[in-house]
Ligand binder design. Structure first.
Ligand SMILES: Nc1nc2c(ncn2[C@@H]2O[C@H](COP(=O)(O)OP(=O)(O)OP(=O)(O)O)[C@@H](O)[C@H]2O)c(=O)[nH]1
Length: 650
């Protein structure tokens, strides 16, 4: 929001992110550009902080005349001048955590490249972050003073060409590249040494500006990057308004601490204002709040943010990531303004199905209507609890060689956070492997996505998660042991000739699946009609979530089938109940087999599970190892049952 006071000119704030590899000269560049450097940006002296409401380290600004295109473009806004707020991003691993919050309000990115070293690992990562968050970019080739004067221009031209080639397949194709020296002579040079090429850069930046999308509507969301107290006034939180608006006397919430505070005053670059809106950098003064409680975080309209234990996101792999994206792997997830570890489960549409993708979701933020559209296709992908999804052991990559469009199929992921995170719905999510060696020359950013659904309850896995219907395909084969008539309980619903086929070599979970092999004998043994199989009378598929597909064949020797089953335990529970209650024949077969196998293990000293059957020293609790011992293997129903059997037979 522009300055509300009539005494001051109306200023348009334009946020410029300064990103690049470590030591490429980002801070030097921000320093060279900033005429109105805030005290917090370049002067860490606490006394200077107390002089007024200042901004956090890394934020500085400078004002210029309103460029021509904004005069024409500004419609009824009537801005008088333009303020560039520079967001100088840190290097190293902390970059990703810090920048994603800030990057969501960056209107333009300056990618700083050391002209001698060229594109380095982190340059590429910054480029990716820019692609995800920012519509425009300018590349700065810094440290040109290090090039020998006679070869300088040739080297700059060569590097510019290489960069254009690198950017060819990104949204920043044909973006401007400018060469300069932010601090000629390096650290040893005197402070008086003038930077080279800065006026040209300012002109270039002015030419690249556009009227950014600023909307005061909706709930307030402000990213706080610094918090400190001013004696006699209160506590000041400085940050950027990411969404909505803020005014003096508003009540705001600090969701991480679950407290609400009244806004006493608001300042923008040391000038008091009545209010501010999306895109503005502000200092917000509240009373009776200990600044030590909040270093970084968010402030919002009370009740507008949610604390999530898990979330469903749309997902797209970042092409440069070389590692695997496997289900159950852990990633660093940056969601909103927090980074937390989470376990990821991938899922997609059932094979052969495609989604109706909406490419114009009105809720998705777009900063610049004139900017080239990024490929947000998978991120827009709607999700519904009403349909079934297909479990994926890993992220599926599009088949480029097979003549396909080359795009990855639409897919989603379930994120289960290690600790709860507070964030808005539909916010950007970035998954990364921040523990990868920073010198490994590998991209640490693994995937991007958009948060579609959040699970706020701690017990989400029992309450809301079962609504998510993901199925797996299983292929099982078993020998037909015996074909007999149906059990008495089923006689009234089955054809008198219905056989019961008992199969061997089926582990407990699939034993449940084999219950479905209670089918009437077909006139000829193969093939089975699908519709008939999926509505088999043995199991009520609508309740137990077992379906049968592609029944491949049945003979007196071999049964072969594909099943798909939901991954939740509820499905198997129901099946087990069926199994125990209604099919004694199968139950007996399994019991006999368990007993036989456990005796074999007891005799075999070398069997890996032999130790589980060691007699206990305490005779009170049974003869063999306590079944509640809790090892991973004992959770398997075979061992539970086998030990119970052995104990009871003793
Ligand atoms: N010769 C020369 N040295 C430069 C130039 N710009 C920056 N430097 C030097 O490069 C080093 C790194 O500069 P910084 O501005 O701190 O780099 P940075 O990218 O902000 O570093 P991080 O924030 O730690 O990633 C310093 O020693 C600077 O003096 C330049 O134009 N020429």
């Amino acid at each position: 929001m522009a300055d509300s006071s009539n005494n001051h000119p109306k200023t348009l704030n334009f946020n410029v992110g300064v990103l690049g590899h470590v030591d490429s000269g980002k801070t030097s560049l921000a320093r060279a550009l900033s005429s109105t450097a805030s005290t917090a940006a370049f002067d860490k002296n606490p006394q200077s902080r107390e002089r007024g409401i200042t901004l956090d380290l890394g934020f500085s600004s400078f004002n210029v005349d309103l460029p021509e295109q904004l005069r024409e473009d500004s419609g009824g806004h009537g801005y008088d001048n333009l303020q560039f707020t520079l967001v100088d991003c840190p290097g190293h691993a902390s970059l990703i955590r810090t920048i994603i919050g800030g990057a969501q309000i960056i209107d333009l990115m300056m990618l700083v490249v050391d002209v001698v070293k060229g594109v380095q690992t982190q340059t590429a990562e910054c480029l990716l972050i820019g692609e995800l968050t920012c519509p425009r970019m300018v590349v700065i080739l810094n440290k040109t003073d290090l090039l020998p004067p006679n070869k300088r221009q040739t080297a700059i031209d060569k590097m510019t060409k290489r960069l254009h080639k690198t950017l060819e397949n990104t949204r920043f194709k044909d973006c401007p590249v400018i060469a300069l020296a932010a601090k000629p002579g390096g650290p040893e040079a005197p402070e008086t040494e003038e930077p080279h090429g800065v006026p040209e850069l300012i002109e270039l930046l002015k030419s690249q500006t556009y009227l950014p999308h600023r909307d005061p509507g909706g709930a307030l969301l402000m990213a706080v990057d610094h918090c400190f107290s001013i004696r006699g006034q209160g506590t000041v939180m400085t940050g950027t308004i990411l969404q909505g608006a803020l005014a003096v006397n508003d009540t705001v919430e600090i969701p991480a601490l679950k407290v609400t505070k009244k806004v006493k005053s608001v300042q923008m670059f040391r000038r008091p204002v009545a209010g501010a809106m999306q895109g503005d950098r502000v200092g917000v003064c509240v009373t009776q709040f200990d600044p030590k409680l909040l270093e970084r975080g968010v402030v919002c309209t009370p009740g507008s943010l949610h604390t999530l234990h898990a979330a469903l996101i749309s997902i797209r792999k970042i092409g440069y990531f070389k590692g695997s994206l496997a289900t159950r792997a852990k990633f660093h997830i940056t969601v909103g303004h927090e980074t937390v570890m989470a376990r990821v489960t991938f899922f997609g549409l059932p094979p052969g199905e495609t989604h109706q993708t909406s490419t114009t979701d009105p809720q998705l933020p777009t900063s610049d209507p004139h900017a080239p559209e990024p490929d947000l296709r998978p991120l827009d992908t709607p999700f519904s609890f009403d349909r079934e999804y297909f479990h994926q052991d890993e992220y599926v990559i599009g088949q480029r060689e097979a003549g396909g469009a080359g795009q990855d199929p639409e897919q989603w992921a379930l994120l289960e956070f290690e600790r709860p995170v507070t964030c808005p719905i539909l916010c950007l999510v970035i998954g990364s492997k921040l523990d990868t060696d920073i010198h490994a020359n590998a991209c640490r950013l693994a995937f991007q996505g958009r948060l579609l659904e959040g699970f706020e309850e701690k017990s989400y896995s029992e309450t809301t998660l079962p609504r998510l219907r993901i199925y797996k395909t299983k292929h099982k084969e078993g020998q037909v042991e015996r074909v007999s008539g149906p059990p008495a309980t089923h006689r009234h619903i089955l054809h008198p000739l219905t056989p019961l086929i008992v199969c061997t070599h089926t582990p407990p979970i699939s034993l449940c699946a084999w219950l479905s092999v209670l089918v009437p004998l077909p006139p000829s043994l193969t093939p089975f009609p699908l519709s008939f199989l999926s509505s088999g009378p043995c199991l009520d598929v609508s309740h137990c979530w077992w379906h049968w597909r592609d029944f491949q064949g049945l003979s007196s020797h071999c049964v072969c089938a594909h099943t798909h089953t939901h991954t939740h335990t509820e499905g198997s529970e129901v099946c087990t109940t069926h199994h125990r209650g209604k099919l004694p024949a199968l139950q007996d077969t399994y019991t006999t087999r368990c007993h036989r196998k456990s005796k074999k293990i007891i005799k075999d000293n070398n069997h890996p599970s032999h130790c589980l059957f060691t007699p206990l020293s305490s005779r009170r609790r049974g003869q063999y190892r306590c079944i509640k011992a809790g090892t991973e293997r004992l959770k398997n129903s075979f061992y539970l049952k086998a030990i119970r059997l052995i104990n009871s037979h003793h």
